[in-house]
Write a protein that binds this ligand. Structure first.
Ligand SMILES: Cc1cc2nc3c(=O)[nH]c(=O)nc-3n(C[C@H](O)[C@H](O)[C@H](O)COP(=O)(O)OP(=O)(O)OC[C@H]3O[C@@H](n4cnc5c(N)ncnc54)[C@H](O)[C@@H]3O)c2cc1C
Length: 220
């Protein structure tokens, strides 16, 4: 086994948002991280997957928002944890740094599904808000942290698999609402197809590649 400085974190809660989505709440146990960081979470039989931290870097809790994938090796195991269990994770890692290291430049967030996690971590850590947040989910009940996001910045939700008061369709249908200017930084996180489509759309409109920041959770 690679010798990493793993840490153990007691489970404080597993909060189901709906049948598929849950928040895994761990004792932070002094872990240091920057918004955008992931940690690989281990099962007791040494399976691991990376998950993006959703809590703020000064909060006592360490939170993740996780989709339980049917037949998956790790996410169903995590969904079955109980308060008092202990979970082993790697030191936080990552290069996706929403809103950070860009001085006073404006920035926007674009997420699908659990790809909202690093943006929630940003909002839970920093006061300077993004110019806008576009958030795509399958069902309205999958939208995590919506009131908090809406309080922080103009937030638009796209719901693809049911008709609601929000836009019906994919989040990429909302791209015309993005502020387009050469100073803005664009952060896309979630499904690979969305991240690619957003990147291509921005590049076609002359946005410099260094202002387009990408984090892919799921391929397809
Ligand atoms: C950098 C990074 C950060 C991540 N952060 C998060 C996070 O914050 N929250 C989160 O929920 N996940 C996150 N993921 C995804 C996570 O790491 C796992 O891939 C996911 O939880 C599935 O793992 P599993 O072991 O349960 O399923 P697996 O055993 O890996 O796969 C289960 C089944 O699901 C299928 N599958 C895979 N992708 C999809 C898809 N998009 N749609 C339908 N079926 C699919 C597989 O083909 C397989 O049949 C992140 C991934 C990366 C790379």
């Amino acid at each position: 086994m690679i010798n990493l400085d793993y840490s153990e974190h007691p489970v404080l809660d597993v909060r189901f948002v709906n049948d598929d989505l849950f928040e895994l709440v761990l004792d932070r146990n002094g872990l240091e991280f920057a918004p955008g960081d992931c940690a690989a979470i281990y099962t007791t039989d040494e399976k691991s997957r990376p998950y993006s931290i959703a809590s703020g870097s000064s909060e006592d809790d360490l939170r993740f928002v996780i989709r339980r994938m049917a037949g998956g090796e790790v996410s169903p195991w995590l969904a079955a944890r109980k308060p008092g269990d202990s979970i082993r994770i790697t030191p936080p890692f990552g290069w996706f740094r929403p809103g950070q290291g860009i001085g006073e430049a404006p920035f926007v967030f674009i997420a699908t599904g659990t790809g909202i996690a690093p943006f929630l971590s940003y909002i839970n850590t920093f006061d300077r808000p993004p110019e806008a947040c576009l958030y795509g989910v399958r069902r309205e009940a999958d939208a995590i942290g919506l009131p908090q996001l809406a309080e922080s910045c103009p937030t638009t939700l796209a719901v693809s698999r049911e008709h609601t008061e929000h836009l019906h369709g994919r989040v990429t249908a909302l791209l015309d609402r993005l502020p387009l200017d050469e100073r803005t930084h664009y952060y896309g996180c979630g499904l690979e197809s969305m991240v690619n489509e957003v990147s291509g759309w921005l590049l076609e409109r002359g946005i410099a590649p260094r202002r387009i920041h990408r984090e892919v959770f799921f391929h397809g």
